[in-house]
Design a protein around this ligand. Structure first.
Ligand SMILES: [Zn+2]
Length: 125
């Protein structure tokens, strides 16, 4: 990976982090005034939604922060499983990934679905 590719990914991660933090802030600003019971009920379900969303956002923030940390050390861009280089194109689309395409597929096809570390930003480059 070249320095400029690394910087490009770093910038992209920082942008994502800023956007996620903005989202986290607006999401937590809940107005609890309710006119009646129906509204109260719908507010409650909105809040449950927002808790799920908050959990997702904070997980994504952790992933992006982690990727930014790894960007400074040598192992960024190598697969956690097999140690092969992850293609720069894949890192641009998905900078928080820790697996190459091959190992990612193995994880996704695992019987109990170990889950995915993938998070697509859709960087067009
Ligand atoms: Zn791999």
């Amino acid at each position: 990976m070249t320095d400029s590719q690394r910087r490009e990914i770093e910038r992209h991660l920082e942008d994502s982090l800023a956007a996620l933090r903005r989202q986290a802030l607006t999401g937590s600003d809940q107005d609890m005034y309710c006119a009646d019971e129906n509204e109260f009920a719908s507010r409650l379900s909105e809040m449950r939604m927002s808790v799920t969303l908050q959990a997702r956002i904070s997980k994504q923030i952790r992933l992006v922060e982690e990727a930014l940390r790894r960007l400074d050390v040598a192992d960024f861009g190598t697969c956690d499983e097999c140690g092969e280089d992850i293609p720069v194109q894949r890192l641009k689309v998905n900078p928080t990934t820790r697996l190459c395409v091959h190992c990612q597929q193995e994880v996704e096809n695992a019987p109990h679905g170990a889950g995915t570390l993938d998070m697509t930003f859709g960087l067009s480059a």
